[in-house]
Write a protein that binds this ligand. Structure first.
Ligand SMILES: [Zn+2]
Length: 385
């Protein structure tokens, strides 16, 4: 398991990785409990590693030392997955590792295709597309002396954004002061707090303009938060989705836990209204499609803006081995290139993978009856054909 500090800085160091000359192994493993049992994804990992070893043996791009390092990484990945890993709500497990100590683990809340890639840099195309097209949540924690701000991506990946400290003294000894002087100090104190709150607001607005987050959660004591909310810029107020009881110094794991509860509630609401809009507006207007056949058709013409699917939805189908044409009907030959269609028990994760490659937003949803009745999968389109 990564510790919370790693997780805070991890994603940035992966996305901005500079090659060190050591090969980086990127492992993507589909571990979604509603699709695969632990035994099956362990088997899948073993066979990917076996294939990787075989390829490695004849690969002239790596010298003997590098091959040994890669082999060591394979072993470490295997024992991590077999001994230390529980899928819980993770749909895709991603591990990046190299011979010079790189070891980053990410738990991604959407399904991706299992694969192992060895390159001078981490293989990040899909994780990048996922992050770029997901909503980010800023968590601003405030007390009278300090403020901290994080941003949380879906799946609990967090990035530390800023810390601010006020020069307001933490304790003023009132006992020795005369009543009048006490009032004066209090006045000055509130004045300083006022300035501090303004400073926090400005900094937060700056981060928002830099697109560091889309929505904002406030944290602090009950007496602080309503007071601070009055300072929030109107843009930020419209992005403010809830509060948590946490302090700037609180443990990041606890902050994440509390913030994720607020996020889950907010996302459930927005996802359900997205489905509502898809069914009652986009689909009738030709700006949306419902059902797997229509989704595949739109995917092949690269029309999809947002792909929406039920988390439990599984469907078999065929994918052309040479041009990646998708279909749910059995065909002898690919209608586009004449290549051979290959059968898949589940092509939903392949659809998601392809949509990610195209830079689509991916929305998975749980227990929405209207979506199930409409075929369990649908999409909002970029344009009509
Ligand atoms: Zn084809």
């Amino acid at each position: 398991m990564t510790n919370s500090k790693n997780e805070v800085s991890g994603i940035d160091s992966i996305l901005n990785y500079s090659p060190t000359g050591k090969p980086v192994v990127s492992v993507y493993l589909l571990v979604d409990r509603s699709r695969v049992a632990k035994k099956s994804y362990q088997t899948r990992l073993n066979s990917m590693i076996a294939a990787g070893r075989e390829k490695l043996e004849t690969d002239v791009n790596f010298d003997r030392r590098q091959k040994k390092e890669i082999s060591g990484i394979f072993e470490r990945v295997k024992s991590f997955v077999n001994d230390n890993f529980k899928a819980d709500n993770t749909r895709t497990l991603i591990i990046f590792s190299s011979g010079d100590g790189l070891w980053e683990v990410f738990r991604i809340p959407i399904i991706m295709r299992s694969k192992i890639i060895i390159d001078p840099k981490p293989h990040t195309q899909n994780i990048r597309s996922f992050i770029n097209n997901s909503k980010r949540y800023g968590v601003l924690l405030v007390n009278r002396e300090k403020a901290q701000i994080y941003s949380i991506y879906p799946g609990g990946i967090s990035e530390y954004l800023a810390a601010l400290i006020s020069d307001v003294p933490s304790k003023v000894n009132f006992r020795s002061q005369a009543a009048l002087r006490e009032k004066k100090i209090l006045g000055r104190l509130e004045d300083k707090l006022h300035h501090f709150f303004k400073l926090i607001n400005d900094k937060t607005m700056e981060l928002f303009k830099d697109k560091k987050f889309d929505y904002l959660i406030l944290g602090g004591r009950k007496e602080i938060v309503p007071n601070f909310s009055n300072y929030l810029h109107s843009y930020l107020q419209s992005r403010h989705i809830g509060n948590i009881d946490a302090e700037p110094d609180s443990n990041i794991t606890i902050i994440n836990e509390k913030a994720n509860k607020v996020i889950d509630g907010f996302e459930a609401k927005t996802k359900n209204s997205l489905v509502e809009g898809l069914i009652s507006e986009y689909n009738p207007n030709g700006m949306g499609v419902l059902g797997i056949e229509a989704v595949i058709k739109s995917l092949m013409t690269e029309q999809i803006k947002i792909l929406i699917y039920d988390r439990q939805f599984i469907h078999s189908g065929y994918i052309c081995s040479s041009c990646l044409y998708f279909t749910i009907e059995k065909k002898d030959k690919c209608p586009y290139c004449g290549g051979e269609p290959v059968f898949y028990n589940d092509i939903v994760d392949e659809i998601v993978e392809d949509a990610l490659n195209q830079g689509c937003e991916i929305v998975d949803i749980e227990g929405n009856e209207k979506l199930s009745e409409a075929g369990s999968i649908g999409a909002v389109l970029r344009y009509k054909l």
